[in-house]
Design a protein around this ligand. Structure first.
Ligand SMILES: Cc1cc2nc3c(=O)[nH]c(=O)nc-3n(C[C@H](O)[C@H](O)[C@H](O)COP(=O)(O)OP(=O)(O)OC[C@H]3O[C@@H](n4cnc5c(N)ncnc54)[C@H](O)[C@@H]3O)c2cc1C
Length: 474
């Protein structure tokens, strides 16, 4: 591989079976011959974001030679610990030092290393000429995995996903070659990377088209406690709103549902005078009176800080973890009976669950959304038409075991829609659900793009070197 050896962080193999020990030996011999060191702190390097899934990878830049499956780790935020392999015994390559952000002051193209974390990237782009692109809200997420599978945040309804800003990727392929993927070079690979990237290689450099950061935004956080009937009415209001031209492209809207009530969150790219009539018309349709209401204007970085809920400057040795199960739904129009069942479950099973759960509902697509405006076949991201994006999350304290069978809670909630939903319910691989079988993952994450993805996999990685339990098959 052409990548400088000194830059890799390597994980020492810890294997038990004879075959595995053999692979380990081959790997170790190769590493020693190449002068590649092991990591200084193995435990730190292999502790996943989701503590429920503590997989043990093996290491080496000679992984292919030793017959190992390889997984790059950028920010390490995969919900299914896919950057550790998603199961024991993989070769994990930690890219954590590859985190530079440089904006070209003529083209405003940003060249970004895969392990850049979103909070640091946003600040660095802003410092280099007040530039920005759309991405998620959590400042600790690595751009590496985020952009290869979507990348949704408060700017996405207006500007599209993070992957829509990607104009070029430098990729190390399974045969060790380094190629450029873009609209003019290896376009099939570029198509596949933007939605299913972890199955095709190691992206060592990203180029993003940036925009001028918006200097005036309106942010809001309204806390409601609705009756079940009111909550059900709100779902109708929001679904109709997402599906209409009343929702301005410049607005993002999100419901954060928890046991204590619902926060209505959002961001409007524009002035207070532009915002007021639009927002007041929407509020008039929402039942009840908010218990608390915080509506304020900010600049770009002020808005990023507001929705991060933590400091947005991330240290190199970021060390935050949670212990959870999560699911997603990426749906088009949801029928009234399905919304009835969803709300019944919310007000019975969910509200009586004493664990720390939440459900985030975003107005993702629709006639005014920049995500839907991108032609459906131009990237492998399969959910452009999804009106709704749901994230369901159920966590326990880091020092206790997630309960056996605890997954039934969110599986049951998703089933209220899934069992009668016409066609395949989409799911978002950036919220990877390790409970899905490989076939379910292929179908739900990539819908009708899967067949094409599989053909491209056969071309670029026929022996499935880049593999996790849900990756695209060659
Ligand atoms: C606290 C938290 C908040 C989040 N908030 C949001 C949000 O607001 N919006 C949103 O859309 N998503 C969000 N996510 C989901 C997040 O986008 C995904 O988990 C994302 O894949 C993480 O990327 P990473 O580089 O940090 O993770 P990693 O675990 O390093 O990587 C994730 C996957 O991508 C692969 N990969 C990583 N780097 C590369 C590379 N350079 N080349 C090829 N493959 C690579 C890995 O092998 C793995 O399969 C959040 C996740 C967490 C934990």
């Amino acid at each position: 591989m052409l990548i400088p050896k000194a830059a890799w962080t390597l994980v020492v193999p810890i294997l038990a079976s004879a075959a595995a020990v053999n692979k380990h030996t081959k790997l170790q011999e190769c590493l020693t011959a190449e002068g590649i060191p092991g990591p200084a702190n193995l435990t730190f390097t292999i502790t996943p974001f989701n503590l429920r899934l503590p997989f043990t990878p093996v290491a080496v830049a000679c992984g292919v030679k030793a017959g190992l499956k390889i997984n790059p780790k950028s920010g390490g935020h995969s919900y299914a610990a896919h950057s550790l392999g998603g199961e024991d015994g993989h070769f994990m390559i930690d890219l954590k030092y590859w985190n530079s952000v440089v904006v070209d002051n003529t083209t405003y193209i940003a060249t970004v290393g895969p392990a850049g974390r979103l909070g640091n990237i946003a600040q660095s782009l802003y410092a280099q000429g007040k530039r920005a692109f759309s991405h998620g809200t959590c400042p600790g997420v690595g751009v590496g995995g985020h952009v290869l599978h979507g990348g949704y945040g408060h700017a996405s309804h207006s500007w599209g996903l993070a992957l829509d800003a990607l104009v070029e990727a430098q990729v190390v392929l399974a045969d060790g070659s380094v190629v450029i993927a873009s609209n003019t070079s290896n376009f099939d690979l570029f198509w596949a990377l933007r939605g299913a990237g972890s199955s095709y290689g190691i992206v060592t450099q990203y180029k993003f088209e940036t925009k001028p950061a918006i200097d005036q935004l309106i942010n809001w956080d309204l806390k409601y406690v609705w009756t079940k009937a009111q909550a059900r009415q709100v779902l109708d209001v929001f679904q109709a709103y997402a599906n209409s031209t009343d929702l301005p492209r410049e607005m993002s809207a999100r419901l954060f549902i928890a046991a204590s009530g619902v926060n209505f969150w959002g961001v409007y790219q524009g002035t207070q005078a532009q915002f007021d009539p639009i927002f007041n018309a929407l509020l008039a349709k929402i039942p009840g009176t908010p218990q608390t209401s915080n509506i304020f204007s900010s600049d770009w970085i002020g808005s990023i800080k507001q929705w991060a809920f933590m400091d947005i400057t991330m240290p190199l040795d970021y060390d935050i973890h949670e212990n959870f199960y999560s699911k997603s739904m990426m749906t088009n129009w949801i029928s009234a009976p399905e919304l009835d069942k969803f709300t019944d479950y919310w007000y019975s099973v969910a509200n009586s669950n004493t664990r720390d759960w939440y459900c985030i509902i975003d107005l993702h697509g629709g006639p005014t959304s920049a995500i839907t405006a991108v032609p459906h076949d131009s990237t492998s991201y399969a959910h452009r038409n999804a009106l709704w994006k749901f994230e369901l999350y159920d966590r326990v304290a880091n020092n206790v075991a997630y309960p056996a069978g605890g997954q039934n809670f969110l599986n049951g909630w998703v089933d209220t829609v899934k069992t009668t939903y016409p066609g395949t319910l989409g799911m978002y691989i950036n919220y990877a659900d390790p409970g899905l079988t490989k076939h379910e993952a292929h179908t739900e994450y990539w819908l009708d793009n899967y067949e094409k993805l599989s053909k491209i996999k056969t071309k670029y990685d026929p022996y499935q070197v880049f593999m996790n339990p849900q990756s695209v098959n060659s």
